[in-house]
Write a protein that binds this ligand. Structure first.
Ligand code: PHE
Length: 376
């Protein structure tokens, strides 16, 4: 047996008896590495005569082929054994329930605003928006509250330190809007811009409003929905019917009784405060029935009235041609009444436990035909 055959036998034996990947690697280095025995043999080819090389060359190369083939085979065997061991150890139990993904919820205020937009959409009302950072002309002056008007002081307004420059070159006080009524002005001006003769308007404007006020029933930021209808021959009866229809749809009951009381807002004339009858059931206010019925009382629901002629004129419409009504309702209180929450401040604490309890499922959007959403 030649030296080469002998060497091949030893190396194949070493490969076969290597107990793991590390041992196998040291066999590879000892044979095929730079200083390895097979590499050394290959180097001797350079010093051989051509005849000798013709004989020895194929033998040495065959040796290298045999050894590297055996190494690769054994390495693959180790790898598949390792994979088998892992597969056996790491079983996947497909019957286990998947970890629950946290689900967000719709805040009651958003839910109620959606419900209201839905109800008013069925009555033909569009949705309008306006800026929360307003100027005093839209928030007060155009609404018939000139600079020295006492009603301005009643609003506990948050003012900004810097004034803005208006289109007419004058300066305007900037503030956080104290109600959604400035959207009335913006909507009427936009309507005149679109059609100089004016145009019928039927809209609601939901949004945040701000007043410097804080206790169990007041937060410095709260939500209102403004309603505005401008058309020819609009009268108080339209206002009453619209509000009655809305309140019945919102509370999903037919026994709603409204009481209209004379009131005062600078931007409506006459002004009407609207109360709704409710029963006190176990400390909870349940809307329905006349407030004069036994066990019942009246609760103030919203402010409204016929849009003041001065406001219609300030927005650029002819008050002899156009009349209308407007109302403003607190969204947060409507949500509390319908869904039985009693502390307004919890609305804005951002407590996830409160939201999980009172929030609404995003997959349960309200529709009038399908009934409004149910708590999540
Ligand atoms: N803007 C009034 C408020 O915030 C409500 C209101 C709106 C009254 C529209 C009349 C007409 O109190």
């Amino acid at each position: 047996m030649s030296d080469i055959d002998l060497m091949q036998g030893e190396l194949l034996e070493a490969v076969a008896s290597a107990s793991d990947g590390v041992a196998l690697e040291s066999v590879r280095v000892a044979a095929l590495g730079k200083q390895g025995s097979v590499s050394a043999l290959l180097k001797t080819l350079g010093q051989m005569s051509p005849e000798q090389r013709q004989v020895e060359g194929p033998r040495i190369h065959a040796l290298r082929e045999a050894v590297s083939g055996a190494l690769a085979e054994r390495k693959a065997a180790f790898e598949s054994a390792a994979l088998d061991a892992r597969l056996a150890a790491e079983t996947v139990d497909l019957t286990l329930p998947a970890p629950e993904t946290p689900r967000g919820s719709i805040h009651p205020v958003s839910q109620v605003m959606d419900e209201m937009a839905e109800i008013f959409a069925d009555l033909g009302f569009a949705v309008a928006t306006g800026p929360e950072i307003e100027d005093d002309w839209h928030n007060f002056t155009a609404l018939n509250m000139p600079e020295s008007h006492p009603a301005r002081a009643m609003h506990d307004t948050f003012y900004f330190p810097d004034k803005s420059v208006a289109e007419d070159g004058g300066t305007r006080e900037m503030l956080l809007r104290t109600h959604t009524s400035p959207v009335q002005i913006r909507a009427m001006i936009a309507a005149v811009k679109q059609d100089p003769g004016g145009a019928p308007i039927r809209l609601i404007a939901p949004g945040r409003v701000y007043r410097s006020d804080s206790d169990a029933t007041h937060t410095p930021m709260f939500h209102q929905i403004e309603g505005l209808v401008i058309d020819r021959d609009i009268h108080l009866g339209h206002l009453k019917w619209t509000l009655e229809t809305f309140v019945k749809a919102y509370f999903e009951r037919d026994d709603i009784v409204l009481r209209l009381r004379p009131s005062y807002f600078p931007f409506t004339e006459p002004s009407v405060e609207v109360d709704v009858g409710y029963a006190n059931e176990g400390g909870r206010r349940v809307v329905g029935g006349s407030g004069d019925a036994p066990g019942h009382a009246w609760m103030e629901l919203l402010g409204s009235g016929m849009v003041n002629r001065k406001v219609i004129a300030a927005a650029g419409l002819d008050p002899d041609e156009w009349q209308g009504f407007a109302f403003g309702v607190g969204v947060d209180r409507l949500a509390m009444l319908k869904y039985g929450m009693n502390d307004l401040r919890a609305f804005f604490d951002g407590d996830l436990r409160w939201l999980a309890h009172y929030g609404f499922s995003a997959f349960d959007t309200p529709t009038l035909s399908g009934g409004v959403g149910t708590p999540a």
